[in-house]
Design a protein around this ligand. Structure first.
Ligand code: IPE
Ligand code: IPE
Ligand code: MG
Length: 251
């Protein structure tokens, strides 16, 4: 496809399937406001939000996106009222139970990024079960960021490397960007080319701070429960119009 054709297909509102991002990351935000607008409790928004995640993961698989990383619960979200935290954890449990049964058939490999030790023993067990099944699946990889913070991730990596240095197993000079990446939750996963934040907020809120170095950002006002296949198409089409220079000059 020539440059003109690419431009034309973008203008016509079509995703160019030959230039898809390999990895899309999404901050699933706006559940609470969506519910409030309808006079419902915030938890109702999280329920719909979980459904939307299922749909979008399937759509990514259909498109051929290899990795989808979603922000489900941050290291800061524990500040929320206990009943809201409980509802979110309950939805995650339900999702994992369903995923354990359907992952193989749906060919969606699940991974969890974050500090799982703060979760209930029951949830930790489900995470382990899900991870074990995931090892045998090759399909799209969905990374769910749960009790995840970008700073926490970097700090853990630094600590782990420092400990290996102290034990004489590693030397500071060995630490390259690639080597450091192997200490992160995202080890082995390419950086996201596209990071999407719906809901009108224009900030990262501690999401993928290391991995976002050269990501393209897409912000939109849609609240996550209203996010659809069309919204994702619009984000990808916008991404496909960008000129990614990586510090170089325009070709
Ligand atoms: C995102 O929606 C879900 C989580 C952070 C768990 P919010 O709950 O943040 O929704 P708003 O931003 O308050 O509308
Ligand atoms: C970020 O959204 C975390 C998730 C979507 C899971 P928040 O709603 O917690 O972020 P802030 O508080 O608006 O920065
Ligand atoms: Mg929010």
């Amino acid at each position: 496809m020539g440059l003109f054709d690419v431009k034309k297909s973008c203008e016509a509102g079509q995703v160019d399937m030959s230039r898809l991002p390999r990895h899309i990351a999404i901050i699933m935000d706006g559940n609470g406001r969506w519910a409030k607008q309808r006079g419902l409790p915030r938890t109702a928004g999280h329920k719909v939000g979980a459904e939307v995640f299922r749909r979008i993961a399937k759509y990514c698989k259909k498109l051929g996106v290899e990795y989808l990383t979603v922000y489900a619960f941050s290291t800061e979200n524990w500040k929320r009222p206990q009943d809201e935290v409980n509802t979110i954890m309950g939805l995650l449990k339900q999702y994992m139970l369903e995923a354990i049964d359907s992952m193989e058939e749906e060919k969606i490999r699940l991974k969890f990024f974050g500090d799982m030790t703060a979760l209930s023993p029951e949830l930790q067990e489900l995470v382990e079960k899900t991870n074990a099944i995931s090892k045998h699946i090759d399909g799209v990889q969905a990374n769910i960021c749960l009790n995840y913070g970008g700073r926490d991730e970097i700090l853990r990596a630094a600590r782990a490397f420092a400990q290996q240095c102290a034990a004489g197993e590693k030397h500071p000079e060995e630490l390259t960007e690639a080597a450091f990446g192997e200490y992160l939750f995202s080890a082995g996963v390419p950086d996201p080319e596209l990071i999407i934040r719906p809901s009108g907020e224009v900030r990262l809120s501690n999401f993928l701070l290391w991995q976002c170095a050269y990501a393209e950002f897409y912000f939109c006002d849609t609240l996550w429960p209203d996010f659809s296949e069309e919204t994702l198409d619009a984000a990808i089409i916008d991404y496909q119009k960008r000129d990614r220079r990586f510090g170089g000059v325009k070709k």
